[in-house]
Every structure is written in C-alpha cells, then in structure tokens.
Design a protein around this ligand. Structure first.
Ligand code: CU
Length: 308
C-alpha cells in the first residue's frame, strides 16, 4: 500500500493489524471529509449570487433521512471503537509464553538486562518470532520506550513497573526512541533493536557469556544484603517462599496481592504495607539498591517455591 511510504516498516505481529485499523479509519474520515466538502462546493456554486436556483424554503423535514445520517455513521464509528479497543487489549496483555527482558531508563540512556545475564546499553537483541515482554522502570524521570517499526510504546515510570510486549516478525535493525521529553539530551536517548534469527541470537548470547544469570544475581544480593537473616525459617520476618502471586494479609486489615509492585514497595517503602503478625523491623533499601538490583531481587523472589 502506498501509505507504507510514509511510515516505518511493519516488523512485529501487531504492526500490520494496527496499520490496517489506522488505514480504514483514515479512509472512513477521508470519505466523510470528501462528502462534506463536495456538498459545500455544490451548494456554493448552485446558490451563488445571481443564480436562478429555486430558493423557496422546503415545506417539511424528513425524519427518515435524519435517522439514516445519524445511525449509519454512529454504527460505523462504534465499529472502529470496538476494533481499536480489541487491538488495545491485545497490546496491553502479554502472551503467557513471552520471554522477559528487563529495562531501566535514566537520563539519558537505556539499560537492558537479559535473564541469561547479558546486559546492553541503548541496544536490544531479540530473536525473530519470539514474543518478548519488557519489564521497565526509570531511575529518575518519566521516559517512554517506543519502537516505531513494532507500533508499540509505553511510558517508563519511576517508582513502579510497566510492561511492553511485541513479537518481531522480520529480522533487521530497527530504531527505538524515548518518546517523553525527559531533559536536555532527550533526543539522544535512543538505540536499536536487533532482530536476529534464533540461531544468531543463541550465538550472540553465547558470545557475550555473562558471569551469572539474573536469578543468580538476585540470589547473590539476597545473601549479601542479608535478607535471609530475617526471612529464613524461624526468622523475625515473613517467609518468602511462594510469596509471589499470593495474597498477603496486612497489619491494618487490608490485603495485598504480592506482585512486582508489591515486592518493590516492600523493599523500598517497607512501612507502606506492613504484614500482619510481624513487627515493623524491615529497613528500607532505598539508596542501597539500584533499580536493576531491585529487579534482580524480585526475579529471584519469584523463583522461591515451597511452603511458607
Ligand atoms: Cu527519556
């Protein structure tokens, strides 16, 4: 389609579907605009000054005509709303088999961490055909991760996690950008997604042999920060096995779901959600752990299974 000349290549599973919805909406609005202007020009010429057109007022209205021009456009545009809402939900919910990759934005760079332990800056290597979900946070201000060729973007916020998923369909190199103005060097906060064949990706991972995986890095932090001193059997703090995804009873009677945001708050703002039955002894790790440290600890905590 000629419109493809005016936009980046469509390199993810969602891209052609979003393009189709956009093109149809453009076509529909173009037809409405065309119809409006055709009518304007027709009447401008017909009733121009000095023309002999009949100017007697019409004798009555027709409700049928009004109903048609109200109901048909309403249905057409509600149809677009439903179509776009369906796409939006699909973009918002990562598929269960999406491979996790961790992203930290800061003025003015992107730090990217693969679960295998390989990390990169302003570059993201992914295998073609594999859904990938980015778990993202910011060390300072609001950023936004935007891959035009994948037609996806998501704000990257300090103090919490956001997720962005995509399935690349074409091997190649595609720009990504920060698309929230985040300070003087905002425009240089960008990089490239390298979409590789699965074989090349494996070779790339192997060639960048990391000393330890993200889970191992989290386990090391768990030990060096002495988390186990309180969270071991018989310790003064709550047990952490199988905590992730469970419902936690809090001291003030509320309950909380132990998701990533909960675990993050437990580490950095422990006074926020005190766990029922335990004294408020947990110190804050604010300033002692980097954003990547916090992510590694959470990934490690997710792997802890067993009875609590
Ligand atoms: Cu930014």
């Amino acid at each position: 389609m000629t419109l493809a000349l005016f936009r980046p290549p469509a390199a993810s599973s969602m891209a052609p579907r979003i393009d189709l919805c956009f093109d149809m909406l453009l076509l529909a609005t173009a037809l409405v605009t065309l119809g409006l202007f055709a009518t304007i020009f027709y009447f401008v010429i017909k009733y121009r000054d000095g023309s002999s057109a009949d100017r007697t007022p019409p004798s009555g209205g027709t409700w049928k005509l009004e109903a048609i021009w109200t109901v048909i456009p309403t249905l057409v545009f509600l149809g677009f709303f439903a179509w776009a809402a369906k796409l939006y939900v699909e973009i918002a919910v990562p598929p269960p088999d999406a491979a996790p990759i961790y992203v930290v934005g800061k003025q003015w760079m992107w730090k990217i961490q693969h679960p295998e332990g390989v990390s990169e800056i302003d570059a993201l290597h992914v295998p073609v055909g594999q859904p990938v979900v980015l778990t993202m946070t910011s060390e300072d201000v609001i950023h936004d991760f935007f891959v035009p060729a994948f037609r996806v973007k998501k704000d990257v916020l300090p103090g919490t996690y956001t997720h962005l998923w995509f399935r690349p369909t074409v091997p190649g190199t595609f720009h990504f950008y920060c698309s929230q103005f985040c300070g003087t060097a905002h425009s240089s906060m960008r990089g490239f997604v390298e979409v590789m064949t699965p074989r090349d990706y494996e070779a790339w991972l192997a060639g960048n042999a990391a000393p330890r995986t993200v889970v191992q890095a989290g386990a090391d932090l768990f030990r060096t920060q002495q988390c186990s001193a309180c969270h071991a059997p018989g310790g003064r703090g709550p047990r952490l096995e199988s905590l992730y995804g469970s419902t936690v009873a809090l001291a003030d009677g509320r309950t909380a779901r132990a998701d990533e945001a909960y675990l993050r708050d437990a580490l950095l703002k422990p006074e926020k959600d005190l766990v029922a039955g335990f004294p408020p002894l947990m110190p804050t790790y604010q300033g002692r752990l980097s954003e990547m440290d916090v992510m590694e600890l959470i990934v490690y905590l997710k792997t802890l299974r067993g009875a609590r």
